[in-house]
Structure formats: structure tokens, C-alpha cells
Write a protein that binds this ligand. Sequence first.
Ligand SMILES: Cc1cc2nc3c(=O)[nH]c(=O)nc-3n(C[C@H](O)[C@H](O)[C@H](O)COP(=O)(O)OP(=O)(O)OC[C@H]3O[C@@H](n4cnc5c(N)ncnc54)[C@H](O)[C@@H]3O)c2cc1C
Length: 421
Amino acid sequence: MTHYDVVVIGAGLAGLTTACQLAQSNQRVLLVATGIGALVLASGCVDVLGFQPADSTEPVKNPAGKLNDFLVEQPDHPYQVVGQANLEAGVQAFLKLVNQNGLEYQGDLTRNWLLPSAAGAIHPTCLAPASLAKGELSTGESMLIVGFSQMRDFYPALISQNLNEQDLVKAEPCLIDVTIPKAGKVDVMPLEVAGAFEMADFRRQVVSAVKSKSKGYSRVGFPAMLGLYHHREVVADLEKQLDKPVFEISALPPSVPGRRLYEGLKQAFLQAGGRLIIGGKVADGTIEAGRVSQIRLETVNRLKPIQANNYVLATGGIFGGGLEAHQDGTITEQIFGLPITEETNRHKWFNKNFLSPYGQPIFNYGVKVNQQLNPLNGSDAPLAENLYAVGAILAGSEWTRGRTGEGVALATAAAVVKQIV
Ligand SMILES: Cc1cc2nc3c(=O)[nH]c(=O)nc-3n(C[C@H](O)[C@H](O)[C@H](O)COP(=O)(O)OP(=O)(O)OC[C@H]3O[C@@H](n4cnc5c(N)ncnc54)[C@H](O)[C@@H]3O)c2cc1C
């Protein structure tokens, strides 16, 4: 049986960044995950702290500068456990990792980008791919916003109207009728549009439909679908043909920038010598005498035991599959049966306000950890010294509270890497 230094369970942002850093530090790492996590559902940017107080409509301009105020307001947040130094280390490690792999992320902890969302609202985010960062609203530069009449779920008129009403920039919608090759008959999917943009002929048709309308605008915004594997070439070619900056605006899931990030991190992990199993479910794990002795992976005909010196649980919360909510009001952790900070009265799982800026209580339930990020046994003692938890499985990590989900993933990954290496 192969014995690993570390097994990381979960391939969301938390698991992938932990696994990459460990593999680059010469650890023998197995990363195993059922699926590819929330990266393909979120924007592909890294939100560290977008709103403080959480119900403020004013976006945070400097996340590092507002962190203490946020923690006074939300003392049970995972940032309290890991602290600002780990957040800084996580952000630096992430930038190094993705920029080594050609993803071109920009930003730092002292400023948020203010980017247009798919609804024409402001999305404050700390790190953004260069193609999204060029949509920065605070520059005030005018923009033409392009959509496709064949594609639902991206409405240039809605985005432009909302941006104009907020007096942020002058925005003009531009709906074009260019056939998207290989698109499904019922609905056009973002990855199909991304694939179409990788074809030179499709780009030529788009440019000829947009060019005359783009005169008088400083930049041209497209749905965030400008290529998957050849994204940089696609953007460079559109900019050359349109003779002005081109940027991307986040669209509804599945997220193409999120998928690019997943592919980039996966490559970094494999290049560092890591072993990856996607499509494998970890059924259970055994804790004996204060240590995890093994986990078992579901295979076609048996449960395969896997052993390592250390184990990192990055299975996400209820969305990721790491936690399961039951009709009797209990919430369980799926692999080790770890104690969960839960409310068994189901009436308390949700706020009356569906879109509460504080999120929903149920998404705050999770695994409580000590400062080393070892899950606790229900009081203050760690359950297993070689087991760590990162990302959305942690208690208090409801991401809509302040918009902090990706920041938590990076900060907790950095803290665990420090423990293991
Ligand atoms: C729809 C959506 C939108 C979001 N938008 C934002 C946003 O705008 N801003 C923000 O800050 N945050 C946002 N988030 C949250 C943010 O994306 C996550 O908190 C962050 O990426 C960290 O996720 P994670 O890696 O901890 O877990 P996930 O990305 O959920 O990954 C969990 C991983 O664990 C695997 N897994 C689970 N159980 C098992 C098992 N038994 N065996 C093997 N593998 C298993 C899954 O397959 C998956 O790979 C959003 C989340 C969702 C779901």
C-alpha cells in the first residue's frame, strides 16, 4: 500500500491550495475529491472582505484595514482563529502559485477591486484575474457591454442600466446576433461560449458586430467566457482587433474563470509531483489513540484503505458535501463523524430574510478547531493531532457574511501548511 506524507480530501480552493503548497514543499501528497468544488460556481476572484459591517451597502476599499472591525462584529469567524498573518501568507502563496502558472491574478490585501457583477452591482474583491480587473469601476472609464442574443442569463441592458443608475461609469449595452458554434439547442452554456471564442473565425464575427458600436467607449466588456485553455490569446486578439482594452464580467455559473483557476491549480499540483484522484469519495476515516490511522476510499467493489502521516479535511460545508443536514435537525460531518456546532431546532437554521447580508445560520455550522486547525472533540482538546480542517467546513465560515469565503480558504490553507511542513 502506498503511504503518503499527506492526504488532502477535497478539491475546492482550500484543498487545492493546501495540496499545491505541500507538494511544492516536497511532501508526498494525495489529493482525493468527489468533484471539483465551489470554484466552478463562484466568480473565480478571491473575496477576502467585501462588506463591513456585513449589512453595509458601501464596499470595503481596504480589506486589511477593515479586518479588525470585522472581527469585533463577527468574533466567531475563522479569521479570528488564523489571524491576519496567515491571511497575508495565504494571499502571497496564492499569487505566487497562480502567476507561476500563467493565470495572471492581480491585487493585494490593501485594496479591493470594484468590479461589475452580472446584475450591474459592485463586486468588491481582493484578487482578480487580469481580464476581470480591467473592468474596475473606480476609473470611471466608459464601457460597452456585449452579450449574445442566443445566450440567456447575461443581460447587457440590465448591467448597463444598473451601472448608469449608480453613476459609476457610462455603460452602453450591445446585444449581438452571432451564432455560437457547437452550442446546445435549448440553452447556451458558458463553456460552449468559451470554446467558441477560442476559434479565430468566431472572434472575427464578434469583432465585426461590435467594432463600430465600440467607437466612443474606452473599453469593451464581455461575459466572462473569453476562452478556457487559450484565454490570454483570446483576450490579446480581441484587444488587437478592437483596438481597445477588453475585459470580462462575471456571469452565472458554471464559472469559466473558476474553471480556469481549477485547471491552473490542478496543473501546479501535478507538476509538483502530487497524485490526484477526482471522482473518488472518501467513505470514512479511523481515529485511534489521538491520531487518524487511515481513511477508506470508495471503489467499484471495495473500500480501499489509504494511510498517511497527516490528513487535511477540505470537504466544504453543506454545499461542498462535507456536511449533511438531516430531517431530525442533526448535521453530520461525513467522514470522521466530527462534532459540529449545530442548532438541532430546524426552525433556527434560516433567517426570515432569505437574502440576509449575514447569511443563513445553517451555513455557519461546522467543525470547530484550535489554532493549529485540529478539529476539537466537543470541548477544547484536539481529536487527532494529525488531522486538520480548512475552508468552508469550518464553523463560522458562512461566506456571505462580509464576503469572505475565498479568503478563509487561503488563510486556513497557509496556516495548515505551516503546521505540516
Ligand atoms: C454557489 C456558490 C457561490 C459562492 N460565491 C462566493 C463569493 O461570491 N464570494 C466568496 O467569498 N465565496 C463564495 N463562495 C464560497 C467559496 O467559493 C468557498 O467558501 C471557497 O471556495 C472554499 O471552498 P472549499 O474549498 O472549502 O470547499 P468546496 O469548494 O465546497 O470543495 C469541497 C470539496 O470536497 C469534496 N468532497 C466533499 N466530500 C467528500 C468526500 N466524502 N470525499 C471526497 N471528496 C469530498 C468536494 O467534491 C469538493 O471537491 C461561494 C460558494 C458557492 C457554493
